[in-house]
Design a protein around this ligand. Structure first.
Ligand SMILES: Cc1ncc(COP(=O)(O)OP(=O)(O)O)c(N)n1
Ligand SMILES: Cc1ncsc1CCOP(=O)(O)O
Ligand SMILES: [Mg+2]
Length: 312
């Protein structure tokens, strides 16, 4: 197939999926605009791969995600023996996501983690656990090891007598020492933890959640078979400087279709009014910071957000 024919195929994909994945405005205060990206160098030469690489870049997927999608589109074409431009890849087999050894997976956690409060101190953790928030996280940012150990221990104490599942962000060793329910790490944390320490966490039975921001990171997260996968940032957030653009609802829905064999958590800029649309994508959990911590009445906000979760 020549260059013009590949371009025509790419245009056909864009025409078919542009309304879903092109520039979008999901919500007045939460515009998610995805700008076309440069096409990365091609790793292979098949027409389906080349057309998908061009199309996914035009649809705003960053290089690693366009590459991951293009490879998946090629595998889908080989598996089904046709290049179906209408079918956005969503089969785990086409992303190399099947076939992990269950014996090597991290401990399970419920698919429906529900409202997930990401909280700055043990005091907040206790407060939201007592308000009935089913999943809470201590996100205590400090390099002071003693302060971290004390805060993690206090958070573990603070959820005692409640039903809350407590995840500890970043500080995995302190979480293990204190006997927390789970640990949450980002992609950069995965880079530094190392295979031996991952094995220590896995065999301890502590649940293990991993942040992702797109297709390539989901594939990478799957390699360690975590307990859950977090997807975000869905909308713009002021709380954390993100390396990637907000993903928006259409991408979130596509990620959920692909990753439905995991418990999934949506995070980033999710305010109460956005709960129904986020929940409708099929995620079992919505994680928030400001919607709880900045609320005039955090216990009341927790009640409202839990009701929103349960409405869907
Ligand atoms: C539920 C959940 N999802 C994502 C994050 C972000 O984690 P990370 O990418 O490691 O960034 P920091 O929170 O460490 O700044 C999270 N904490 N919780
Ligand atoms: C920690 C984190 N990771 C991705 S977005 C985010 C912050 C979410 O905060 P908010 O719910 O206030 O936007
Ligand atoms: Mg982190």
């Amino acid at each position: 197939m020549d260059t013009q024919e590949i371009q025509a195929l790419a245009q056909a994909i864009i025409h078919q999926h542009g309304a879903t994945f092109g520039a979008q405005l999901h919500h007045d205060a939460n515009s998610v605009e995805l700008t076309p990206q440069p096409v990365p160098p091609a790793m292979r030469q098949e027409p389906a791969y080349l057309a998908a690489l061009q199309a996914c870049s035009s649809l705003g997927f960053i290089a690693v995600d366009a590459e991951t999608l293009a490879q998946a589109w090629q595998r889908q074409s080989e598996r089904t023996q046709q290049f179906d431009i209408t079918h956005w890849p969503d089969d785990p087999r086409d992303f190399g996501l099947s076939g992990g050894d269950p014996a090597q997976a991290f401990a399970h956690c419920p698919r429906e983690l529900g409202l997930y409060g990401v909280l700055p101190t043990a005091e907040w953790v206790g407060r939201m656990a007592r308000a009935g928030v089913p999943t809470v996280q201590l996100r205590f940012k400090s390099d002071d090891k003693a302060a971290v150990a004390a805060e993690v221990k206090a958070a573990v104490e603070a959820v005692k007598g409640t039903k809350a599942r407590l995840f500890i962000n970043d500080h995995w060793q302190a979480a293990l020492d204190a006997g927390a329910y789970g640990i949450h790490v980002g992609q950069e944390d995965l880079d530094v933890i190392g295979a031996r320490d991952l094995e220590t966490i896995r065999t301890s039975g502590t649940r293990f959640g991993v942040s992702t921001h797109g297709y390539a990171e989901m594939v990478r997260a799957h390699a360690v078979q975590p307990s859950y996968i977090a997807l975000g940032a869905v909308f713009p957030t002021t709380l954390k400087k993100m390396a990637t653009a907000p993903q928006g609802l259409s991408r979130l829905a596509a990620y959920v279709r692909l990753m439905q064999h995991y418990p999934l958590v949506a995070i980033g800029g999710i305010s109460e009014d956005l709960f129904p649309a986020v929940r409708a994508t099929g995620v079992g959990s919505i994680a928030v910071v400001r919607a709880l911590v900045n609320a005039p009445d955090p216990e009341g906000a927790a009640r409202d957000l839990m009701a929103r979760m349960n409405q869907a």
